[in-house]
Design a protein around this ligand. Structure first.
Ligand code: ACO
Length: 436
């Protein structure tokens, strides 16, 4: 009769074990019961980079990588991108449901009234070199916020957690904008509470001498959609960093600074920056085949392609490919789009990419849109970090309230030298003792 268990025979001892199967997983601690003797530590699973290890049970984001499905709290990403704002989606990720009209009003007010940062933050940002990478400035400044809000250490108080959530979601665009304005040597712009979340961000970035900044509705909406698409993506590298740091009960600013650092890497949130550099390096459509041949020979990667989870078209890339043209109508066409579309077409017909199920990911088109909107490439990972703050915080809170979670502490398989003793040799020419 069918049972939700796994029967295991240990061929070293001939003993049999029955391991429960829940939601398609086996509890790894059960393996510890499989021993050759009472002194034996017991079996462990070996899974570098967590290729096949579920680290938590989560209700937030669902991905079916084979079918190219992404859902936040059950809602398909394309429906959210079409009908919601980023602030609606942030609320959904954090609280499990879309806000009612009253909840939306109060949530928007909370976020809007927390956008200003302490004046000392300006001095802090001023301290960076003029050519400091905005992501380096962003993640250090987010970490520095913990020193402004020592109450944030009280992570088990719901009220205090809520206050830090409001502060973080509201202040990350301000910090991002300060980093940008610092890098171009322009004065910082105060938040404008009359504007929407993305509209105010554009204001803090691009306002010059006009009395009131008026964002383009197309760009405001495009940025909102980009924020929705980047808001969460289950247990990716930076979210896992957020959960791991948070599991030591660090405050959310410190945890989020660590998550942002993980996002900075070129294999994660830094990939869209690399896509632009790659497209510029290719330079023209007639050099694509040569570039693809180099990639297939292991000379670099096709940036913006491939994903640990998606073995199909990333649904976010699909939305962005269409949106690119709307943005280009307002901002002018980014000439690199022609190279990108042709590169995608050629790669998707090439057995190297087809057999490895390598498809465009979210970063393949996002950079082209950001660049057309006037963002320098250095700002791309920062633009990713702003909306991902909602996902990081939702995952952090879920981790904290999950009774099954403890401080993150993986095991290792030690392959270094066996125990050995030091040899102490006295050096006769000096009084010093050298250890060899
Ligand atoms: N270009 C060329 N070959 C690739 C690429 C790529 N972009 N991605 C994977 N491959 C190849 C690998 O070389 C490997 O080939 P092999 O089997 O012959 O050794 C095979 O495809 C499987 O790749 P893995 O490295 O095992 O895939 P993994 O799941 O570890 O990596 C990753 C996923 C890091 C995203 C990878 O595809 C990559 O580096 N892509 C480019 C960077 C990028 O776009 N990152 C953004 C990801 S989305 C995000 O973070 C928001």
């Amino acid at each position: 009769m069918a049972k939700d268990t796994l029967s295991v025979t240990d061929n070293r001892t001939g003993r049999q074990y029955e391991i429960p199967i829940t939601d398609g997983t086996i509890p790894a601690p059960e393996l510890r019961k499989i021993k050759t003797s009472t002194e034996d530590f017991g079996l462990m699973s070996y899974d570098p980079a967590y290729l096949n290890t579920a680290s938590c049970r989560s209700k937030i984001t669902f991905i079916d990588g084979d079918r190219g499905i992404l859902e936040y709290r059950g809602y398909p990403i394309d429906q959210l991108a079409e009908h919601c704002t980023y602030l609606d989606v942030a609320y959904l990720l954090l609280f499990g449901e879309l806000p009612s009209p009253d909840q939306k009003t109060s949530w928007t007010r909370q976020i809007t009234t927390h956008t200003i940062v302490h004046e000392n933050i300006k001095k802090f940002v001023d301290g960076f070199q003029h050519d400091a990478h905005p992501m380096g400035m962003f993640l250090s400044t987010v970490g520095a916020l913990s020193t402004f809000y020592p109450d944030a250490k009280n992570i088990f108080s719901e009220d205090i957690r809520r206050r830090q959530i409001h502060r973080l979601i509201a202040k990350v665009p301000t910090i991002a904008a300060y980093a940008y304005r610092h890098s171009i040597g322009m004065p910082y712009v105060l938040p404008d509470n009359d504007l929407s979340f993305p509209g105010n961000f554009l204001n803090m970035l691009f306002k010059m001498t006009e009395l009131k900044y008026k964002p383009s509705p197309v760009l405001e909406r495009a940025l909102d959609v980009l924020f929705i698409l980047h808001a969460d993506h289950e247990q990716n590298c930076s979210t896992s960093a957020m959960r791991a740091i948070g599991s030591s009960h660090a405050d959310p600013y410190s945890s989020l600074a660590g998550a942002a650092a993980a996002l900075y890497g070129p294999l994660h949130g830094g990939a869209n920056e690399q896509v632009l550099r790659m497209l510029a390096l290719i330079g023209s459509k007639d050099r694509i085949l040569e570039f693809i041949t180099d990639v297939k020979q292991g000379k670099g990667k096709l940036m913006g392609f491939g994903h640990r989870v998606y073995k199909n078209y990333d649904p976010r890339a699909k939305i962005l490919k269409n949106m690119a043209h709307e943005v280009f109508e307002v901002c002018g066409r980014n000439p690199l789009i022609d190279i990108a579309v042709e590169l995608e077409r050629i790669a998707l017909q090439d057995d190297y990419f087809v057999s490895r199920k390598l498809y465009p990911n979210v970063d393949f088109y996002s950079g082209l849109i950001y660049q057309a909107m006037g963002f320098p490439v250095d700002m791309f990972p920062v633009l990713f970090a702003i909306p991902r703050t909602a996902g990081w915080l939702a995952q952090w809170e879920e981790m904290l309230l999950d009774p099954e979670q403890k401080i993150t502490r993986p095991r290792q398989v030690f392959i270094g030298p066996k125990r050995r003793d030091l040899t102490i040799a006295k050096v006769s020419t000096s009084k010093a003792t050298t250890i060899v």
